[in-house]
Design a protein around this ligand. Structure first.
Ligand SMILES: CC(=O)SCCNC(=O)CCNC(=O)[C@H](O)C(C)(C)COP(=O)(O)OP(=O)(O)OC[C@H]1O[C@@H](n2cnc3c(N)ncnc32)[C@H](O)[C@@H]1OP(=O)(O)O
Ligand SMILES: O=C([O-])CC(=O)C(=O)O
Length: 370
């Protein structure tokens, strides 16, 4: 057996959802650069689920469906009230999404129609879970979802309890588009492995959330902000990065398993960070990020991935850093569910092999002789 460590380079499934070919990312064949400039997040959701851009009526129907499904069961809200206030919001999200299944009579109906309805429910309810827990732990009442305002605006409204500025809504919507899907990344793979046993969509999304949480994957964006805050000032950037590299530690938000010549999403987030820095007059995080980018490229030849500039973008939008990864999940659930539906449509159990490298022919030693 030859082992591809970390399954590097292994092609495990065929998919029509998104592609990374020669460093170019597409959703259903449409370049991410074009989607980031021209589309809205809800359009992208239907693009991922349906395989084509929606007509106006389809888009309006989705917006209605998301509004109608945004409330969470009372039992889930009550559980959010009981959780320790200092528990990580990704742990809360993972648990709450699993709990949603308990109150969904269709949870174990794996038909294509039920899966489509569950994909809507999951996408609609995750923002409510994130914002409700955030407000409860801050001693505030959760804000009920407000219909008719769109996904990005509704999230910022539920988070802060007031109407967000237009520029914040636009930036946030674009960030959601950029995070929505990414071929066979670790969390999507986890969702597909779970699905391939013919388990249900809630189980698959719970697996995916747990996988996204790790710092080598979606959890990196929160660590990028922690690093920026730890560095604190421009004059400390160079020594901090050098020391980290000397200790052979990873710089969060850099490197990628697939992109070796840069992540095409990073330039959009860099530009958003620049604009928000200018708008807020708080240029420190953007300038520090630019300097880190130049140093890591120069010293290690590594480029920023999607998580690097999303940190300063979300920070400029006033979002607490431990919500960065839950926000990633809130967007990525649309890609995960598209992959889950694709897996069901053409399923085979995913079960690779392991090369055994442990000791062989070992005797069983009775307990009192060990
Ligand atoms: C949404 C996302 O999931 S994007 C990725 C988010 N994760 C991060 O930002 C965490 C930091 N980055 C990393 O840990 C890695 O680059 C990963 C996990 C993204 C990709 O990992 P892999 O493809 O397994 O690459 P691997 O870890 O083997 O790195 C190859 C070499 O580059 C180095 N390297 C890779 N990333 C970094 C980094 N961020 N900082 C410093 N060195 C790095 C490794 O130390 C290794 O060097 P070596 O050959 O001298 O030992
Ligand atoms: O594809 C990956 O390995 C990680 C990534 O960038 C993502 O999930 O967006």
């Amino acid at each position: 057996m030859t082992v591809a460590k970390g399954l590097e380079g292994v092609v495990a499934v065929t998919s029509e959802v998104s592609s990374i070919i020669d460093g170019v990312l597409t959703y259903r064949g449409i370049n991410i650069d074009e989607l980031a400039e021209k589309a809205g997040f809800e359009e992208v959701i239907l693009l991922l689920w349906n395989g084509r851009l929606p007509k106006r009526e389809e888009l309006e129907q989705l917006q209605k469906d998301l509004d109608e499904n945004a409330s969470i069961p009372e039992q889930v809200l009550n559980a959010l009230k009981e959780y320790p206030k200092d528990v990580h919001p990704m742990a809360v999200l993972r648990t709450a999404v699993s709990q949603l299944a308990v109150y969904d009579p269709e949870a174990d109906d794996n038909s294509a129609e039920a899966n489509r309805r569950k994909a809507i429910r999951l996408t609609a309810k995750i923002p409510t879970i994130i914002t409700s827990f955030y407000r409860l732990r801050s001693g505030l009442e959760p804000v009920a979802p407000r219909p008719g305002q769109g996904f990005a605006r509704n999230f910022l409204y539920m988070l802060n309890g007031k109407d967000p500025e237009e520029v914040a809504v636009k930036a946030f919507d674009k960030a959601l588009i950029l995070h929505a899907d990414h071929e066979l990344n670790a969390s999507t793979f986890a969702a597909r492995v779970t699905t391939a046993t013919l388990s249900d969509m809630y189980s698959a999304i719970t697996s995916a959330i747990g996988t996204l949480k790790g710092p080598l994957h979606g959890g990196a964006n929160e660590r990028v902000m922690a690093m920026l805050k730890e560095i604190g000032t421009m004059d400390r950037v160079e020594s901090y990065i050098q020391e980290k590299l000397d200790r052979k530690e990873k710089i969060m938000g850099f490197g990628h398993r697939v992109y070796k010549d840069g992540d095409p999403r990073a330039k959009h987030l860099r530009e958003m960070s620049r604009q928000l820095a200018e708008l807020t007059g708080d240029t420190k995080w953007y300038e520090m990020s630019r300097k880190i980018e130049a140093l890591v490229e120069e010293k290690k030849g590594l480029k920023p991935n999607v998580d690097f500039y999303s940190a300063s973008v979300y920070n400029y939008l006033g979002i607490p850093s431990d919500l960065f990864t839950p926000i990633f999940a809130m967007s990525r659930v649309t890609g995960w569910t598209a992959h889950v539906m694709e897996q069901y449509a053409n399923n085979r159990l995913i079960r690779p092999r392991a090369e055994y490298v442990g000791p062989k022919n070992q005797p069983y030693v009775p307990i009192d002789q060990r």
